[in-house]
Structures are given as C-alpha cells and as structure tokens.
Design a protein around this ligand. Structure first.
Ligand SMILES: Cc1cc2nc3c(=O)[nH]c(=O)nc-3n(C[C@H](O)[C@H](O)[C@H](O)COP(=O)(O)OP(=O)(O)OC[C@H]3O[C@@H](n4cnc5c(N)ncnc54)[C@H](O)[C@@H]3O)c2cc1C
Length: 401
C-alpha cells in the first residue's frame, strides 16, 4: 500500500479505554501508537460519567477487573505524577426484598472467593456505616470499604497527560473510516485525513462502538442508552469527608457524595436504547422521590446540576474483549475490540490493559478472556453468557440503537 503514514498500532477512540490502552501499548514497547479521535479526547461517555468505581462485580471476571482498576488508580501518582482523583468511600449495595438478600449473600460468597474483602451488613449495620440512610425500606446489603469514586474529567486529563508522556500520537478531529485488507490481512486503516499503514488496530467507541464496528465490517453487539445524573444542593449531612456510596440495585439508582451534596444517577430500563438528547424530568423526579425515601435528608433539597448522556451497554453487561470476527465467522488478524460494557470508570483501565495486551501480544495474563469475545453473541446479538447481576437495569437488546 503506497502510504507515507504508518503506525505500530492504531487505536480508534480517545475515551478512557482508547486513552489508557494507547498508553499501555506504548509502555509495552510499541514506538508509534496513533489514537484516532473523531471529536475531542474524552468527548464521549468518559467525561460525563458519575465516576463510581467498584470491585463488587457480579462474576469472578468483573471482580478481577474492578480490583485491578482500583489498584491502578491508587498507583497512578507514583507511575505518572498525576491521578484520576480516586477517593475510597466504600460502597453499599442494598437489598430490598428477601430474594435480593439471598442473591446478595450468595454474591458476597463468590466475591470473597475471588479475593475481595466484602461483607454482608444488616439494615442496622448499614445505617451505622452510612448515617444518612433511612432505617426502613431495605434489608441491608453487601459492603466493601475499598470501593470509591474517581473524577471523570480529571481521568480524561490523567490519560491525556499519560499518553503525551509516553509519546502517543493523539489525532483529534480525525475519524476512523474503515480497515484496509489485502487478501484478508490487515494492512492499514482509512481515516478522514488519509490512510495509515498498520498491522494492528484496537477498536473502541463506547456508546458508538457498534458504528465503529460497522465501519470495520464487524457486527458488534453493543449499544447506547440515556443515562441521567443530578447533584443536590449541599446539606450538612453530606458535608463530610467520607460516607459510603449506595446502590439501590433493583431500581438502578445509585448515589454518592459530591461537593457537599449528593450525586445520584440512573437509567430508565423500559426506555428504548438510543442517543440521549434531553433530560427526562418526570423520570428524574421519580428517582428523586425514591432517593428521598432512602435518604430523608435530601427531602426539599434543590438540584445544583443535572445532565444526561449516552452510556454504553452490552446485552449481558459484560465487557467485550477479543479479536475482530466478521459476521461470516472469520477472525480478522490484527484487529482487537474492547468495550467496558457501561463500566468504564470501574473497569476501564483493566479493560484497556487487556485490550492493549491482546493487540500487542495476542494474549493477556490479567484475565481469562476466552468467553468475552464477539463470538459469544448470535446473529441477533444475544449473548450465551448470563447477564452480570450487578448492573444498571439496561435494555437487554442492543438492536435498537
Ligand atoms: C451519564 C453516565 C454515567 C456513567 N457513570 C459511570 C460510573 O459511575 N461508573 C462507571 O464505571 N461507568 C460509568 N459510565 C460508563 C462509562 O462512562 C463508559 O463505560 C466509558 O466512558 C466508556 O469508555 P470508552 O472509551 O469505551 O468510550 P467513550 O468515552 O465514549 O469514547 C469513545 C470515543 O470514540 C470516538 N469515536 C467514535 N467513533 C469514532 C470514529 N469513527 N473515529 C474516531 N473516533 C471515534 C468518540 O468520539 C469517543 O470519544 C457512565 C456513562 C454515562 C454516560
């Protein structure tokens, strides 16, 4: 191919997955790592998230991704001289029904076997660790003191600086347009600013990964859905250094401290997937009322800010990590796909590290990824894996985006 531009690896997407993966690939020894970002770095889901980080996953694999990620955030200052603002707050995942409690207790067993320090708290014990939680309306929950939150815009800054420090070539306002194949072998990519010769491509894209996949001739079962966040005005109950975050798992409503108030977030599970365009105020008010029942101190508080954005999801809420596979079932050598399935703050750096490992070495020692590739989805996009039970109640199909 007659092109002057070349790379050892082209990463599509300048979100937290692409940014950290490019950094890790450069650290693994690749000299010319190019990141293609059609807009500005972090302009997708990564700058708009709530920043919740937990190792309390619903499967051993997602526990491992969360644990690795928390260790990474803790070590950032020493490694890069900057950080993503990780704060250890603790996380309480509430049970409301007897069934929730049975499932929650079984989950704690699994998580403990996966090496996580997590325990079950009764309702009274939960209120003791989080004094703003109502005494009634729940049965306690699982609790890990080591979970916490990052500051998503600061994370964008952190990976931007890390990329720069490791010599990654970030190209903003440069869209990926497709793969160049010769006799079925990857030889380059097309971009809005001309072709780049390469034998390795890592495809990311968050809520738009499905579209990135289409450009590459792949069918990627991933979608985007509206997700809403609001932050209350300050209140003395929240003007504290530390208070555990809480997840009302059944309703998909979570909250945490933010600037003296509470940040809370949720998606509407019965809404059709698609790009978020405006705030659904009636739904947000409903969630606010639910929050008031579980956290009486928020009653009557005004909102300081609210936003909606498009969150990525996969039908089984698990990450996608593996080679590019065409709809005909052919493996595209040199092409790797990485999606955090809507959990890019809590699993992002680990997903990025696995993506970089697969792109650079064709294997990873961080996680067994045999089950996490594109080949787990059938032609209708259904996964053969059970859904991760600790997830927002997203739509189960990715077909409607
Ligand atoms: C409101 C909200 C709250 C959230 N809260 C949390 C949370 O608390 N905890 C958590 O773990 N996760 C949370 N998430 C999810 C998390 O933000 C995402 O999983 C994560 O940011 C995805 O990272 P990414 O790099 O895959 O995608 P993105 O950050 O979306 O980056 C993908 C990039 O690809 C670019 N791109 C697309 N097409 C092309 C192309 N053709 N060429 C070049 N570039 C292209 C896009 O412009 C974009 O910048 C939240 C998300 C939202 C929206």
């Amino acid at each position: 191919m007659a092109v002057g531009d070349s790379a050892d690896l082209v990463v599509v997407g300048g979100g937290t997955i692409g940014g950290w993966a490019a950094t890790f690939a450069a650290e693994a020894g690749l000299r010319r790592v190019v990141v293609l970002e059609r807009g500005l770095v972090g302009g997708g889901a990564s700058s708009r998230a709530a920043g919740i980080v937990r190792a309390q996953g619903g499967t051993p694999a997602t526990v491992a991704l969360g644990r690795w990620t928390i260790d990474f955030y803790r070590g950032q200052q020493a490694r890069y001289g900057t950080d993503s603002g990780f704060r250890e707050l603790g996380y309480l995942i509430l049970a409301v029904t007897a069934r929730d409690e049975r499932a929650g207790r079984a989950r704690v067993e699994m998580q403990r076997q996966a090496g996580l320090d997590v325990s079950w708290l009764s309702a009274a014990e939960a209120c003791a660790v989080n004094p703003s939680l109502a005494a009634a309306g729940h049965r306690g929950g699982s609790y890990a003191t080591t979970d916490g939150a990052i500051d998503p815009p600061r994370n964008v800054l952190a990976y931007s600086l890390a990329m720069q420090r490791r010599g990654v070539d970030l190209r903003e306002r440069t869209a990926f347009e497709g793969l160049r194949l010769e006799h079925g072998r990857l030889v380059g990519v097309d971009t809005a600013r001309g072709p780049i010769a390469t034998e390795r491509v890592l495809l990311t894209g968050g809520p738009t990964l499905r579209g990135v996949g289409k450009l590459a001739g792949l069918r990627i079962s991933a979608g985007g859905a509206r997700h809403q966040i609001a932050v209350t005005e300050p209140h003395p109950a929240f003007e504290v250094e530390r208070q555990p975050m809480v997840f009302d798992l059944g309703r998909g409503l979570y909250w945490r401290l933010e600037e003296g108030g509470l940040l809370f977030g949720m998606s509407n599970p019965v809404e059709r997937p698609g790009i978020a365009r405006e705030i659904d105020w009636p739904y947000l008010r409903r969630m606010q009322r639910r929050l008031e029942r579980l956290v009486p101190a928020v009653r009557g508080l005004g909102l300081r800010k609210a936003w909606c954005a498009t969150i990525d999801f996969t039908p089984d809420h698990q990450p996608i990590l593996g080679p590019g596979i065409t709809p005909a079932g052919d493996r595209l050598e040199g092409v790797t796909v990485a999606s955090p399935g809507g959990h890019g703050m809590m699993w992002g750096p680990a997903v990025a590290r696995v993506g970089a490992d697969l792109a650079v070495h064709g294997r990873t020692d961080l996680l067994d990824v045999a089950e996490l590739g594109l080949d787990r989805f059938d032609a209708e996009g259904r996964s053969r894996l059970a859904a991760d039970p600790i997830a927002l109640p997203f739509p189960l199909s990715a077909d409607d985006d």
